[in-house]
Design a protein around this ligand. Sequence first.
Ligand code: NDP
Ligand code: MG
Length: 398
Amino acid sequence: MQRVVILGATGSIGLNTLDVIGRHPDRFEVYALAANRSVDEMCELVARHSPKIAVMGCADAAQALKDKLPASGVTEVRSGEAAMVEVAEHPEIDIVMAAIVGFAGLRPALAAAEAGKRLLLANKEALVSAGSVFIDAVKRGGAVLLPIDSEHNAMFQCLPSDEFARPTMDAVEKIILTASGGPFRGQLREQLHKVTPEQACDHPNWSMGPKISVDSATLLNKGLELAEACWLFSRTPSQVEVVIHPQSIVHSMIRYTDGSVLAQLGNPDMRTPIAFGLAWPDRIDAAVDPLDLVAAGQLDFLAPDLDAFPCLRLAMEAIALPGGMCVLNAANEVAVAAFLQRQIRFTGIDQVIEKPLDSVSLAEPSDLSAVEALDSESRRQASEMVAQMSMAESGIGD
Ligand code: NDP
Ligand code: MG
């Protein structure tokens, strides 16, 4: 029996994880669930899964949860980041699903890495921001880091089976990272000026949380994923190629030196990579519809349009700068939150990101406090830019 902690339990990845786990009560037990402020959702999850511990982001939310739960319950309610770190490194648990959105998930994910857990990584922002600090923690702790991001999970499945034994990686010529292109694929930049948060979050293939949905629409997500692939598989950015694949059936590919290209295919359903991560090296039922290639009909592949989607170009530039992806990620989190609150336009997101990349003094962070300092400085500068832009604009969404 594997004991599982789900960080970000109330989110899209968290709920999909609980769906898969719920189908295999003989293999997995929910030990702890963590979320930020969604008290009603957490209350339902606690009733259904009876975890030993439920952690909320703040004391108020934890109190509200306690008030809602029956006094006779088995679940201890706790709050705050320190409690999330404690459950992630708890000696009684085997698997940590890191599915908190954004930089906020870094500390608990690092704790799971240091404690040598099986770490299922959905929270790409944590790895991309901390880079070598994250990878060093995985190595030091002896953790098994398995990517849940569908593209990286596909890469992992297509790489040599002893993928972490480096010599076989010599035969890998290129990682081909696929992208759906998001809801605005094929549009010109001038057509994107009046995009609303609702339109940006309406992804054609995937159902995801609002932040990653906006990242998919700007293609910034593919920039994060480019860096993610480099860290996970020890590649340089030039060894990873981004290809637009609108159907989201081919989740990524590996091209070998002999010309072979291996791909992983499947319906766009996150329960496939989640089930893979939970059971690896076994395979378990994930209740995913079988792929019907005849119904899919056509698989297309196109080059990304870096003029219409400058966020991807900025990410490709940032990845070459020391600490550049940490700065870019922090600024993007500020920009996306401002866009979702209608403070800036969709086409303002890249402008907010560009500012700190130009002005923060860049250096490769060597420890967690350096990562956090770089993240804070970038957020400060991005917030200033948002304030300037929202003063200059009014009636956004008109
Ligand atoms: P959601 O917005 O659906 O869920 C986010 C989760 O994180 C919620 O449980 C939320 O709790 C929790 N959370 C947010 N802030 C904090 C905090 N400060 N402390 C503790 N918990 C917090 O996001 P997704 O599930 O879509 O994405 C999660 C991660 O997985 C992201 O990093 C994303 O990039 C990645 N990912 C997602 C994919 C998808 O298909 N959704 C695919 C590939 C990667 P609350 O509900 O209380 O706010
Ligand atoms: Mg992805």
